[in-house]
Design a protein. Structure first.
Length: 233
C-alpha cells in the first residue's frame, strides 16, 4: 500500500479534523526569537501544525511563548496547539491542545472547552486507549515512539503496523474523521515509511528543528503527504 493510496482514499471519503502532513513540536528553547524564526522556516517548508511543548519552562515562560506563537501561527496559517495545558490554549487563542496520559481527562476537557478546541491525545501503543479517546471526542490519536526517540529514549515503542489499525478505528467515527498521528524518531529520511504505514500526520521535534536547514527538512517531511482535507471546527 502506498502513501498516495491512503491519502487519495481520504480525499474521496471525507475530511479530517486535524491537518495532515507535518506537525512540528517545539524543542526546549528559551530563546523565543530563535524559536519564532525556526517556526517561520518550518512553515515555509510546508509545516501545517505546531505544538508548543515546554516541559522545563516556568509557567510564565510557557505562557509568554504560547502568546507569541499563537499570533505567529495565525499569521502563517499554521494550526497551533499547546501541550498539556488546554486552559492555556484557550487563554492564548490557540486552536487546540495535546493531552498525555497524566494531563487530565480528555472527556472532561472536551466538556469544559467545548467543540471549538482541537484535542489530540497520546495513545502510545494502546488501541484500547485510542478507542476510549475517540469516544471521548479526540480530534486526533497519536502513536509512538514509532522509532527510537532522542527526546524520550525510554518511550514505549509502537510498531508501524499499528497505524493502519488505528486508521480503521478513526474511519468508524462520524466525519470529519479524527486523524492518526505518528511520533518518535521521525526524520525526513523515514517520513515516507510512516506515511506509507497509514499516518495522516507526523509529529517531529529534532528531525525538524535541529536540522541544518529547517525549511528543507520541513519540505522533505511534508512531501510524502498530499494536501490535507482539514475541516476546521
Amino acid at each position: 500500500m502506498t502513501p498516495a493510496g491512503f491519502q487519495g482514499a481520504d480525499t474521496l471519503a471525507g475530511r479530517l479534523r486535524f491537518p495532515g502532513g507535518l506537525y512540528g513540536v517545539t524543542p526546549e528553547w528559551d530563546d523565543t526569537d530563535r524559536l519564532a524564526d525556526a517556526v517561520r522556516r518550518a512553515a515555509a517548508g510546508g509545516m501545517t501544525a505546531l505544538q508548543l511543548r515546554r516541559k522545563t519552562a516556568t509557567e510564565a515562560q510557557r505562557a509568554a511563548q504560547a502568546r507569541v506563537l499563537a499570533d505567529l501561527c495565525r499569521e502563517l496559517g499554521v494550526v497551533f496547539l499547546v501541550n498539556d495545558h488546554w486552559r492555556l490554549a484557550l487563554d492564548v487563542g490557540a486552536e487546540g491542545a495535546h493531552l498525555g496520559r497524566d494531563d487530565g481527562d480528555l472527556a472532561q476537557a472536551r466538556a469544559q472547552a467545548g467543540s471549538g478546541l482541537l484535542l489530540g491525545a497520546s495513545c502510545y501503543n494502546d488501541l484500547a486507549r485510542a478507542r476510549e479517546l475517540l469516544d471521548a471526542g479526540a480530534d486526533y490519536i497519536a502513536f509512538g515512539a514509532v522509532f527510537p526517540s532522542a527526546t524520550k529514549p525510554q518511550a514505549v515503542r509502537a510498531p508501524l503496523s499499528l497505524l493502519a489499525r488505528a486508521r480503521e478505528l478513526a474511519a468508524g467515527m462520524p466525519g470529519p474523521r479524527p486523524a492518526v498521528v505518528a511520533i518518535g524518531g521521525i526524520t525526513p529520511a523515514n517520513a515516507p515509511q510512516v506515511a506509507q504505514a497509514g499516518a495522516d500526520s507526523i509529529a517531529v521535534i529534532n528531525g525538524l528543528f535541529e536540522a541544518p536547514d529547517i525549511q528543507q527538512a520541513a519540505a522533505a517531511c511534508a512531501a510524502p503527504f498530499s494536501a490535507s482535507s482539514y475541516s476546521k471546527p
